[in-house]
Design a binder for this molecule. Sequence first.
Ligand SMILES: Cc1ncc(COP(=O)(O)O)c(C=O)c1O
Length: 359
Amino acid sequence: MTADLKTNFIIEKIKESKLPNADFSNLIFGRMFSDHMLVADFIDGQWQTPKIMPYQALTYEPSAKVFHYGQAVFEGMKAYKDAQGNAFLFRPDENFKRINQSAERLGMPPIPEAYFIDGITELVKLDKDWIPTGPGESLYIRPVYIATENAVAASPSSSYRLMIMTSPAGKYYSGDVKVKIEDRFSRACDGGVGYAKAAGNYAAQFYPTEKAKAEGFQQIIWTDSAQHKYLEEAGTMNMFFRIGDKLLTAPTIPESTRILPGVTRKSIIQLAKDNNIAIEVRPIEVNEVIEASKKGDLKEIFGAGTAATVLPIVGLKYKDYYTDLPKQENSYADFFKNKIMDIQYNRVEDPYGWRVKVD
Ligand SMILES: Cc1ncc(COP(=O)(O)O)c(C=O)c1O
């Protein structure tokens, strides 16, 4: 790895920005892409110089391995703008570590830190004007890393491509979110790829989630594949359960290989500890939560993830049982959401060093 890769980036700027024609008034998640993207290839055992260039379509042969074997991992993170117009990332080192953890599990070579961190920094600097500034708005950053060798043998690819694109984002979910605890399908299994941000994990969720949607539930809370006894996570969020005044969340790697270790989750655990909120990170039985709900002790369920930050759940279904989860005064969900967003948007001091200025 070269120490000063930043100076080696090839940068081809867009001739005419698309920004004047971009409609920021109705941002639909992940539909609009900013002016530039990054492309870096790994060929013959060597990383090639990354290129930042206008966002554009790229061509691939049908034999490219990613299409056949799903050797693909990705990340999701955001850039935020403060009232003075400065741009910030939130814990980008965590996303960097996680993409390489995912890559390792899928048999892909590690991405050099400078490609990822400096690449994102360069992109955000170039497309800073694409960061929307309305409440809760941000620039979503999507690195995706794929197998590009043109060969259909079922073996690891000899070449790979990292691409990073950015997309102005508003709120991820609009409207109330009700969840269904899944007791038939599974997203991940022990020793599998659940802890990796592998593309196939998401494809595996689509069919059961569409079925849940048809029943009126926007998200599924997955349970362990062996017994469907323990609560895991939802589509793109880790889950937190408040029983009485105690917060519960399921363990991630190394205790569990089935759950994605979320950056938002990790931040909430830290904030809970530092704000005297009792938190237990341990396997959570479905029955424990349902029993608590029947007794009136289940105060809140919320999801935690980059897209929505913290998302309160308003209804829960498990087999024949259903309960509404009325909004709480002084909810933990609001507490954590505000704490995290205040750091992200540079509204408070950041005692943790989570906020990284882009300049
Ligand atoms: C499966 C899954 N779980 C949890 C999360 C939350 O992770 P993070 O807080 O890092 O966004 C995500 C989103 O990235 C996800 O896709």
